[in-house]
Design a protein around this ligand. Sequence first.
Ligand code: FBP
Length: 566
Amino acid sequence: MKKLKMIRNTTNISKLQIKRWKFSPTLPNVFMNGIIFTKIVKGKSTKSKSHQSKLKKIFENTYGLPEVTFKKKANATIAKKAIKVAVVFSGGQAPGGHNVIAGIFDGLKKVNKKNILIGYLGGPTGILENKFKIISKNVLKKYRNTGGFDLIQSGRAKIETYEQFGLIKKNFLKNKIDALVIVGGDDSNTNAAMIAEYVIKEKLNKCIVGIPKTIDGDLKNKYIETSFGFDTATKIYSELVGNICKDVNSSQKHWHFIRLMGRSASHVALEVGFKTQPNIVLIGEEVLAKNMTLFKIIENITDIIVKRSEAGKDFGVVLVPEGLIEFIPEIKKLTSALNDVLHKNSNIISKFYSLEEKKNFIYNKIPNKLSDLMISLPLNIASQLISDRDPHGNINVSQIETEKLLIEMVYRKLFYLKKKNKYKGKFSPISHFFGYEGRCGAPSNFDANYTYALGYSATTLVLNKLTGYLSYVKNLTRPPKQWKCGGIPLTAMMSMEKRNNKNKPVIQKTLVNLNGNVFKKFIKNRNKWAIGENYISPGPIQYFGPSDITDITTKTLQYECFENNY
Ligand code: FBP
């Protein structure tokens, strides 16, 4: 009877999920047995890479704090007074989020059973609207090691107005919150830095810490080796791309143009490129550095298509990073002009009923050269470029079908070459976009362990009242027990950027380093990949089995670790 009830309760749950609930993440030695035996070692004071004096003025209380590392000590940290901690997800989903919560929860409970964890619902809006859920052992049970952010959801609200800070203060006091952990990418951790500065200024005695999340892999620097979610998401995309490579090599009749998520940096495309070895991998950062026009990109792609066709191969696979569009010099100028017009005229534009009205208004407000470019673009792309920006002022690149733009332009170019008798092949393109498919996947062993450790590390920062820090876990290419944990001041990673037409402090994204190991390795291989069929099909993520297939992390991290001597 008991068994029957259990089966009934789990009819919408896969067997894999049930097995994964039982996976017990391995903690770094500093948190052995789940107990926080840590001593805080403070390093030298930090400074931002750029805009030091401006940032110092904005972050009077949190600028220049020292890096902190955790060392093991003989006695466990014991907190006599119970505390109440809140956690919030902010921005796009990334595999492993639930384990961050599990790490914070378990860390808190080990220190004092009476500690409470609540989760704000729907992202930062939940803090403003005071919508939350109490995280209990029972609630959490079914979310351990699972993908998604569905336990408390997420959102992209930007925290910047006086009224918003007032609401945060009110709700913190009302709920007697001692600390807030913000799990997010560059924009969300910028929110964390602003709130941290505010709570100190207001003498609220609250602790604010951040956790580095984003599948894009661009929240990394000398302190943060990778953001969580990148490992799992790129493994999922690699499986899909690898399958397409197999398919294309079997039917030998299509060109697949596959756009991969990553709103700015091309880390995802590069990683998937290494794992699957397709014929072409476009890298946005290279396009920018070489000032490559759209025309030039199309020429490069068609050169390869023609060469392969001459060898009797009218098929291939092209990877397109979604952020590419904003790296193309003329489109970069165009989007920047559009951002200004959209921001300055948001009230008027919101009243337009039709897309045509919106377009006419906008085209008249940008320089002639740019409106000519806009008119030359395929209609769907032009409309996507003028769609609403996110609350942080970013263009929603996930909605721009760059792969279709490339297909159309390549098609035009091949048509022209055919007329000139320079191309005799058959171009049969198929477009794909892999983005949302990877963001909520069940976390790989790496991400499950990493996020759990990040949660523990955040709890340690909270217990030590280290406000304005980002939790970190390093040494990630070694086994989890050897990982090192600590915190880095959020302000050390900031710079000033133009957003919504104003200069604002933001956490700096790290783009693909064209002088780094990862890109150099790619350059060495890409000509071979272009002409041959060196395709790899890595298959699905493995959760059980030998450690060399279940626990290996990304090529990016392995190459970077070699380069930086981690
Ligand atoms: P974060 O930077 O918030 O982690 O989000 C990354 C991302 O997955 C991008 O790759 C993508 O462009 C964007 O989110 C899509 O966002 P949305 O979920 O709002 O469509």
